[in-house]
Design a protein around this ligand. Structure first.
Ligand SMILES: Cc1cc2nc3c(=O)[nH]c(=O)nc-3n(C[C@H](O)[C@H](O)[C@H](O)COP(=O)(O)O)c2cc1C
Length: 215
């Protein structure tokens, strides 16, 4: 029996945007993925349209034009609803506590949590850029459940050792770390190495040496 030649695995990522604050993270991720030639499939929740209006001067069209394919939130029959549709995985940026709760409890009532559910069942990379503060026990338990199911909780927490100067610096660091999870390694933020370590010390090597001494 002859088997049809397999097609090259398509290089595509699902990007979900929910109504937590920080839609700028998704905008940057979509732009970077496009610049890398990685096909994006976008799902935007209704509350995310609200944060888009509050947090940016962008129209919905200007947001969705950044993706290669855009799927309606209620289209649970979209290709992303099936594990047979091949993807590298899914990035949800930002991820609301509502969507974390839906994913943790297997509630696939709309396309975004369904695509996340599929990503987990296919053992693909699922990254949730969760955003809330402070966190209650329900949030924390849901994040543990998603982690136990194979997802990655990656809150947009800035690193200050690289001395970010702009909001873009802070956003790029988190987006770059999120893309690392998919095996996409982009030099869009300073990685901690000897050169950076020396650079940020800015002549304070004596203080650093002192801090490294045993107590
Ligand atoms: C300006 C604004 C900021 C919000 N920030 C957060 C947030 O940081 N985290 C969160 O979980 N929900 C936040 N919310 C509430 C969510 O939008 C709301 O819970 C919504 O139902 C989430 O639904 P979705 O997951 O379908 O987008 C915010 C809402 C608004 C309008």
């Amino acid at each position: 029996m002859t088997v049809p030649a397999s097609r090259k695995n398509p290089d595509r990522i699902i990007v979900g945007i929910t109504g937590a604050t920080g839609i700028i993270y998704a905008v940057r991720a979509l732009d970077v993925l496009r610049s890398l030639g990685i096909e994006t499939h976008l799902i935007v929740t209704k509350p995310a349209e609200l944060t888009l209006a509050y947090e940016t001067d962008m129209t919905k069209r200007e947001l969705t034009d950044r993706a290669d394919h855009v799927w309606p939130i209620n289209d649970v029959g979209a290709p992303l609803s099936s594990g047979s549709f091949l993807t590298r995985g899914m990035l949800i940026a930002p991820a609301s506590m509502r969507c974390v709760g839906e994913i943790a409890n297997g509630i696939s009532a709309s396309l975004l949590p369904r695509a996340a559910d599929v990503t987990l069942k296919e053992r693909r990379t699922l990254v949730l850029m969760v955003r809330e503060e402070p966190l209650n026990l329900i949030h924390l338990r849901n994040m543990v459940t998603v982690t136990e199911a194979g997802g990655t909780i990656l809150p947009p927490v800035p690193a200050f050792y690289s001395r970010p100067k702009t909001i873009d610096d802070i956003v790029d660091q988190t987006v770059g770390r999120a893309l690392d999870q998919f095996g996409i390694h982009v030099d869009m933020f300073p990685r901690w190495d000897d050169a950076l370590r020396h650079n940020v010390a800015r002549g304070k090597d004596a203080e650093v040496a002192e801090a490294l001494k045993d107590e």
